[in-house]
Every structure is written in structure tokens, then in C-alpha cells.
Design a protein around this ligand. Structure first.
Ligand SMILES: [Zn+2]
Ligand SMILES: [Zn+2]
Length: 133
């Protein structure tokens, strides 16, 4: 379960919708598996077969590109094992192909993928907006 929200550019009207989970609800792996990208499925299958997993995170997340400074929404899975090993999904920028890093800055510091302006906003009230533009 989750809520819908969207990224919206004030300047050009570019809108990208995505879903995030609310709080720390406990969903079983079997329940979320069908909705996951192939890459995430592979990691989670490994987790199910390995009882040493101590921490598991999976959700849509915001990623930033360190080269062209654009913001991307990607499905992120991170698993931490008892022995300290970490397995996580890796993503690359669709514009410049550089490895994306988890976003740690306010989204208005990133460039819009379409027009390049730093006028991105996020909120559920932008949902469906692109159909009205
Ligand atoms: Zn990039
Ligand atoms: Zn824009």
C-alpha cells in the first residue's frame, strides 16, 4: 500500500507521478514481489533464501545525478546482511548514463529533466496535472 505523489516543474509543467509507502508498514515479501522490477526480484529472492538478512528497505526513491543534476524516481531495494554485506539496486541516469546516488538535497536544487530549471516541487496535489496542461 502507498500514496500517490508527483514531481512537478513550475516552469515547463513537466510532471512525473510515483507511489511511496506510508510510514513503516510491514508488507510481506511475497506480497510486494510481483510489483518489483526484475533486478529487485533477484536481490529479494536471495534474501528469502538467506536467513542472515538483518535489514530490508524497498520503496520508490528519489535519486540525483551528480553529473547533470537531474532528479530520477527509481525503485530502490537495499538489504543488509548479518556479516555487514550490503546489496542494493543500482541505477543510472537516463540522460548522461552516470551512476545515480540517493537524493539528499531538497528537490528544488535539481534541474528539471525537460527544461533544466531548478523549479521542481513535489506533492500529491500535482497528481494528474499533466492531463490538464
Ligand atoms: Zn545525468
Ligand atoms: Zn521544467
Amino acid at each position: 500500500m502507498g500514496i500517490g505523489t508527483a514531481i512537478h516543474c513550475h516552469t515547463c509543467g513537466y510532471t512525473e507521478e510515483f507511489h511511496v509507502r506510508i510510514g513503516h508498514m510491514h508488507t510481506s515479501l511475497e506480497e510486494v514481489m510481483p510489483r518489483m522490477p526484475a533486478k529487485a526480484k533477484r536481490i529479494l529472492t536471495e534474501v528469502i533464501n538467506n536467513q542472515g538478512c538483518t535489514e530490508l528497505e524497498h520503496d520508490n526513491n528519489l535519486f540525483g545525478c551528480q553529473r547533470c543534476n537531474t532528479l530520477h524516481i527509481r525503485f530502490y531495494v537495499r538489504v543488509e546482511y548479518d556479516n555487514g554485506d550490503v546489496v542494493e539496486t543500482k541505477h543510472w541516469c537516463s540522460k548522461c548514463k552516470k551512476r545515480l546516488v540517493l537524493s539528499d538535497r531538497p528537490i528544488n536544487l535539481y534541474n528539471c529533466k525537460k527544461c533544466g530549471s531548478q523549479t521542481l516541487e513535489m506533492g500529491s496535489h500535482f497528481l494528474g496535472l499533466r492531463y490538464n496542461v
